[in-house]
Design a protein around this ligand. Sequence first.
Ligand code: KG4
Ligand code: ZN
Length: 373
Amino acid sequence: MGDELILGIESSCDETAAAVVAGGRRILSSVVASQVAIHRKYGGVVPELASREHLRQIVPVVREAIEQAGITLPDVSAIAVTRGPGLIGALLVGVTYGKVLSYALGKPLIAVNHLEGHVHAVLLEAHIAGKVPELPAVCLIVSGGHTILYYVKTESASGNGASHFSYARIGGTRDDAAGEAYDKVAKLLALGYPGGPVIDQLATHGDPNKIQFGGPKMKGNPFDFSFSGIKTAVLYHLRRNPQLQPEIESRQAALARGERTAAVLLPLCSKETLDLVASFQHSVVEDLISRTLDAAEQYAVRTVFVSGGVAANSALRKAFEAEGQRRGLQSYFPSRALSTDNAAMIAAAGYPRFVAGERATILLNAEANLPLA
Ligand code: KG4
Ligand code: ZN
């Protein structure tokens, strides 16, 4: 294993990202152009708008990643690009540009699964902190598009010292992703988009035990999730409590003026609303933690990874660490910047595949529903 430079390209959802990573571990640059401002007024990602924005951003974002790394394009050893899962039109922009660069530069192209990228975001962060997580691990990937549990293990591949990672799916959401629940609840309560960061901050001002939502009642796999019920429960709570309507309207007015920070929204929230927000978050976090840690115990691992946009949540991090420690498990998270979609994690995930000699051809296609396992 050397210090080869991998250019990562990511465009699966609403972030156009490029990064240069040396030896699969050292981030030389990581540029993310977020489309949040474009999708905000719709309260969710609009696929057609996402594709168009990726088209506008992909060239300058890659150029900036190369410049910030202090290199030129011919210095890269390979290009790693997200092949799926994600929005097909969005993925196609990155895949096509990756293929063009690979062909023009005569450099190998590596196809990467976006979910594998989220696993590698944890490994990148651990490396930065000088830690070596013990594998196998159970990994929770929790974002606006995914809530899924994997068993992750590694084997040293033949001779070249590269690690080969393999994944087995343990469970996943049967309906909404956890981040989607945050975003939908934020929309119902007029707390802006995306909902996660604001709810994260407002929840610290409410009583998390005020409203008992009760976890989802599901038969079958105990490691599956469901978050559509809690969103509906919040909707019914608002219908039963019409006195909360005027403050929703005043927050809507604030959002329309572009005032969307938690500091601005906090004085526009009653104690009842703050309790509702805190109780919603408590219920989601409890559910994520208990199923993940139960899976870790069932699969007899001592390490838990948590990655994806919702992994940025402060309550989730704190509770994972505390509860994990109580159960004798070590929890690892990426930094907030590496939790949400980025291309450094794609370059990192592509590196072992590059070393192992995997190559994608010019026929590579994007796959919206690409499974990891
Ligand atoms: O990974 P990501 O950037 O994009 C994908 O969905 O793939 O995740 C975005 C999601 C959104 O649903 C957002 O509300 C949620 O992550 N999120 C959070 C926090 N920061 C972002 N959810 C809870 N707490 C946060 N601090
Ligand atoms: Zn993601």
